[in-house]
Design a protein around this ligand. Structure first.
Ligand code: GLY
Ligand code: MN
Ligand code: MN
Length: 431
């Protein structure tokens, strides 16, 4: 198992220019208030390259004239601390069990790390991702140039975010099987929610249902704060209050996905609180569903991230014209961006260890092309708030449908299609 991480370190090390190194900071424990901490979550880059989950660790990968080696700095063994907070690997455990070439206590980093990077031309690290870390890298660099009695040239500092991000963009078999499981758990939760929702319930109890269904199958934490938005609340894109009562005539938009073994899933479904869509709700719903299907068709090897974007914009523009919500020529309206009053976010994003996963959207000055092993969400939406300048019958309708799509050699796989998005299937499930 640990060999997967070692292999990733080697791949990254071999991507580095000769005689350069990359430093990857791990996450620290964060506090919510006073001395109550959040549950620790390892930094995704750090986890991807180590599988190591102790707070306050740092990793270094060196490519010395083509030879790759890796070091890790970890919390030191401490009997008393381990009684209170649990087992620590310590440097020996980290080296042996996580297959590093060198390991140290993290309080040795200021003296040891400069020694390990001296003689390098370049040091990469993810810029601006961790408070105070930029200054630490500068300090280590200064220490190298001050090491006495040696001839040390200055080391260039460069951003390593894209290097690691673009590696994470293509998921290996190990990752794909974990993400499939995360998607399945989240799909099951959406199905349970559709069966459970009743008028008069509070958004909060629906949120609780999701968290319970996730945890029951091993997804203790959501991959992001769930959005549970009844009626007009769905038009607030990042609505997380989740505390209003649900009205019989409202739609309920839920954007919720669990994290499973560190990997995210990300599903949105919009369904009628009463169990039956009204004519207006259904008309808007079908536009979004058509945009979803049209965009998913574009998530294929050879297409670029701009293809599903444009496909979803066009489908939504056409649908809104058909209903008389937008007036004019579809091509012109699309060019003007008239849809942006109702569809104001992008079609989707990479998904993996982070829900908005690492990885670029541009490549050599052009939009990134889809490659087998990438996973993107597709999540078109139409949001018509109560103060939108349209016929009153459309107001208070906010709809998004979001699936997670794996690009394969021959097409794609919808990892979240288990949860119905077809309106008649939703009504049947809710009946
Ligand atoms: N749940 C966050 C998103 O859909 O991007
Ligand atoms: Mn998303
Ligand atoms: Mn989402």
């Amino acid at each position: 198992m640990m060999k997967v991480y070692q292999k990733r370190r080697h791949i990254l090390g071999n991507l580095l220019p000769k005689d350069s190194a990359i430093i990857i900071p791990g996450a620290d424990l964060k506090y919510r208030n006073s001395d109550s901490s959040y549950n620790f979550r390892q930094d995704s880059n750090f986890y991807y390259l180590s599988g190591f989950s102790e707070a306050g660790s740092t990793m270094l990968i060196v490519n010395s004239n083509g030879k790759v080696s890796s070091s890790i700095f970890v919390p030191k063994k401490d009997k008393l601390k381990e009684i209170w907070d649990g087992f620590r690997q310590g440097p020996e455990g980290a080296k042996e069990n996580f297959l590093f070439d060198n390991s140290f206590n993290n309080d040795q980093i200021d003296s040891e790390l400069p020694d390990l990077i001296k003689g390098m031309d370049k040091v990469f690290y993810p810029f601006g991702k961790k408070d105070g870390f930029d200054q630490l890298v500068i300090n280590w660099n200064k220490t190298v140039s001050n090491i006495k009695g040696r001839h040390n040239k200055p080391i260039d500092i460069a951003d390593g975010s894209s290097l690691i991000g673009n590696l994470r963009l293509i998921k290996d078999d190990e990752e794909i099987s974990i993400i499939k499981k995360a998607c399945e758990i989240s799909a099951d939760a959406h199905i349970e929610a559709m069966k459970a929702v009743k008028p008069g319930m509070n958004e909060q109890s629906i949120e609780a249902l999701y968290l319970y269904e996730f945890a029951k199958q091993g997804g203790r934490f959501p991959a992001y704060t769930p959005i549970v938005a009844g009626g007009d609340n769905a038009c607030v894109l990042h609505y997380v209050d989740n505390n209003k009562d649900l009205n019989n005539s409202d739609l309920l938009l839920v954007d919720a996905g669990c994290e499973y073994e560190m990997y995210a899933s990300d599903i949105t479904r919009t369904f009628p609180v009463s169990g039956k869509f009204s004519a207006e709700q259904l008309a808007i719903y079908n536009i979004v569903l058509n945009a979803l299907h049209t965009a998913i068709e574009m998530v294929k090897v050879g297409k670029s991230v701009m293809d599903p974007q444009i496909a979803s914009e066009r489908a939504i523009t056409q649908g809104l014209v058909d209903l008389g919500i937008l007036n004019g020529d579809v091509d012109e309206l699309h060019k003007e961006g008239a849809f942006k009053d109702f569809y104001m976010h992008k079609f989707g994003h990479w998904m993996g260890l982070d829900v908005h996963d690492a990885g670029d959207y541009m490549e050599d000055g052009e939009y990134m092309k889809f490659k087998a092993g990438m996973i993107t969400t597709v999540e078109p939406g139409i949001y018509i708030s109560n103060d939108a300048d349209v016929d009153k019958k459309w107001q208070g309708i906010g709809i998004r449908i979001e699936d997670d799509i794996l690009v394969t050699k021959s097409g794609n796989i919808n990892l979240t299609e288990k949860v119905p998005s077809d309106p008649s299937e939703i009504e049947a499930l809710m009946a």
